[in-house]
Design a protein around this ligand. Structure first.
Ligand SMILES: [Mn+2]
Length: 371
């Protein structure tokens, strides 16, 4: 019986909804196997953080199921639920990350699943208003559970890549300029001119390949930014010149086998100052389509999951103020491969965020932005 119960996942906390449970029944029925129960990310406790304003946390998973800014295959609105389903073998009891020698789910931090942002799929202007407001609500008007002088941090499950922009806008209000480490097959620094059309509106300028351009236009980012895993087709060499002018260092997908994984790690660490606010954005299409078919814009010749995982571990000392894993589109996935990689990447990033400790309050540039 002892061995048997060791194999079980204690999920009693998930069932404590009204405080009226019979302890004896909880003892009998309160344990679930990883494939059982309602899906939250890694069986974390779930709170609807947007409506529960007194809910304090240190690191929150938040789903942003928005995909009406894609330029090719849609479907990433179902990314959050697919990543949550694929995360079920992560539990606090089996959450020890051997590569990091650390369990992010059993440490100082209160890590919870904040649920999803309710974003309209009918009107992108309104959708971005909703996302701007939601990120401000969760970051500017909240305190972290561990230290009331710093806000909590979010790990976003996308959604298409454009959901980065409202997150960076909110982070910029707190920390000032933010460094971006952008794992992606594509540049995503394309200006609207690169999508020529007779038909034009202000909102049509923003899509999942232009949000980094927009972030630069709005003056949200530093001069210490990195793209890693790039292998996109271009409209011409001028795309790279435009990218240079937005202060991104490019690490090509081929660099990982031509120059090695250590080269990639060193380039990132040489570019991004360790003690400054840094955002990690992972477009799942940085992985080869063989490992991430479930995405909107596949590019052959990408990285292996083990390479990305290793790099994320090697850069764990950076000061990560927020992160995302985007563009998981489960309708194109096979055998949950893409979503499982997405869940693992979220776990690796969360491991780093918790392992490094809470943020130093000196990073918070704007005082009294949150109550
Ligand atoms: Mn992207």
């Amino acid at each position: 019986m002892k061995l048997f119960s060791n194999l079980l996942v204690v999920a009693a906390a998930l069932s404590l909804v009204n405080g009226k449970e019979d302890p004896k029944l909880v003892e009998i029925w309160g344990d679930l196997w990883p494939f059982q129960g309602i899906n939250t990310f890694a069986h974390l406790e779930h709170f609807t953080c947007l409506t529960d304003k007194d809910q304090q946390f240190d690191v929150g998973i938040i789903g942003v199921p928005f995909d009406t800014a894609v330029s090719y295959r849609p479907g990433a609105r179902f990314g959050p639920r697919a990543i949550r389903a694929a995360s079920q073998r992560q539990t606090s009891l089996r959450g020890f990350n051997p590569r990091a020698m650390f369990n992010p789910y059993k440490s100082w931090a209160k890590v919870i699943d904040c649920g999803d942002m309710p974003i309209t799929p009918m009107d992108n202007t309104l959708a971005f208003k909703q996302m701007d407001s939601a990120f401000e609500e969760l970051l500017l008007r909240r305190k972290s559970n561990h230290d009331s002088k710093v806000p909590p941090r979010l790990v976003v499950l996308g959604g298409d890549h454009s959901v980065l922009l409202p997150h960076i806008r909110a982070l910029n209000k707190i920390y000032g300029l933010v460094n971006i480490i952008h794992f992606d097959a594509h540049l995503d620094t394309w200006s609207p001119d690169k999508y020529p059309s007779y038909w034009h509106s202000e909102q049509s300028e923003l899509n999942h390949g232009s949000m980094l351009w927009k972030a630069h236009e709005e003056g949200l980012t530093t001069k210490h930014n990195v793209h890693a895993g790039i292998r996109t087709k271009l409209s011409g060499i001028e795309d790279l010149q435009d990218d240079d002018s937005q202060d991104f260092l490019r690490i090509e997908a081929d660099d990982i086998w031509l120059k090695g994984v250590d080269y990639v790690v060193k380039k990132i660490m040489d570019t991004v100052p360790k003690h400054t606010a840094t955002y990690i954005s992972v477009d799942i299409d940085v992985l080869d389509p063989g490992f991430a078919a479930g995405t909107g814009t596949q590019e052959p010749g990408g990285w292996l999951p083990r390479e990305l995982i290793h790099i994320l571990r090697e850069i764990e000392e950076l000061t990560v103020v927020g992160a995302d894993i985007v563009e998981v589109s489960p309708a194109f996935d096979t055998a949950e491969v893409t979503a499982t990689n997405g869940a693992q990447i979220a776990y690796e990033i969360m491991t780093s965020m918790v392992k490094k400790g809470n943020l130093d309050k000196s990073l918070v540039k704007v005082v009294n932005t949150f109550k």
